[in-house]
Design a protein around this ligand. Structure first.
Ligand SMILES: [Zn+2]
Length: 237
């Protein structure tokens, strides 16, 4: 990238911000994988599969229009608000582990948020197209701005668009934490998991939450780098 903003190619020291973000994301991802692997070997006392637990939780919450489906891949579990489908990965759907029930309950947490019109989820959903637009167009705009003999308005617009992507990552945090809180509360109160198992589920969901924190931190670091490189009027030689 050095060539784009200076006349001499040299190591860009702000690149360290990107590296920190990547390292944080890798650490979080390793943590969630090892934690999940550990507790996916702990069979729950109830013997319920992830899918059975999900259906029970949804029905207890008065939700009957959300279907539970199986999806391939690992940790691909998600709730699709558009089609009202809760998709559980292979290792969750038919698995009776504490980890599987925890992940299934977390996704139910999202379905309940949707059902109850939880504000942060609505904001997050509304931000999806804006964030995609921002993430796609920010760098091209900045580069065009730089190539047009440093057009600061264009560059600033690129940075502002990038902010939309950062905002999306930030709004994701309360949505994810809230879904996990709901999951833990439900599992602790409905007898699906024993107390010890609830504590284990908390560890799995806590590790999963770290990946969102790392992603948000990484995007803030990227924004910081953009501001350092392109934020002010050009005063370099
Ligand atoms: Zn989630």
């Amino acid at each position: 990238m050095a060539l784009f903003y200076g006349y001499r190619p040299y190591f860009d020291p702000t690149y360290i911000l990107i590296i920190i973000g990547v390292v944080l994301s890798l650490l979080a991802s390793a943590k969630v994988k090892t934690t999940y692997a550990k507790y996916s070997n702990v069979r729950s006392m109830s013997g319920l599969t992830g899918a059975q637990a999900a259906e029970r939780i949804l029905h207890n919450a008065g939700i009957y229009d959300v279907s539970v489906q199986r999806i391939s891949g690992q940790l691909t579990d998600h709730y699709d608000p558009k089609n009202k489908v809760l998709r559980l990965s292979d290792s969750v759907y038919a698995n009776t582990s504490v980890a599987a029930i925890g992940v299934a309950a977390h996704e139910c947490g999202h379905a309940i948020q949707h059902h109850k019109e939880y504000a942060p989820l609505r904001i997050r959903t509304a931000l999806v197209p804006v964030a995609n637009f921002g993430a796609t167009l920010s760098w091209p705009l900045i580069l065009i701005g730089v190539l047009l003999s440093w057009s600061q308005p264009l560059i600033t617009l690129g940075i502002v668009l990038f902010c939309a992507a950062v905002l999306f990552q930030l709004v994701t945090l309360p949505v994810e934490f809230n879904a996990s809180n709901r999951a833990v509360k439900i599992l602790a109160s409905n007898g699906m998991l024993a107390d010890r198992e609830v504590a284990q589920t908390k560890k799995v969901l806590g590790a999963a939450a770290l990946t969102y924190v790392a992603a948000a931190a990484a995007s803030i670091l990227q924004l910081l780098r953009l501001i350092i490189l392109f934020g002010g009027n050009r005063d370099r030689d």
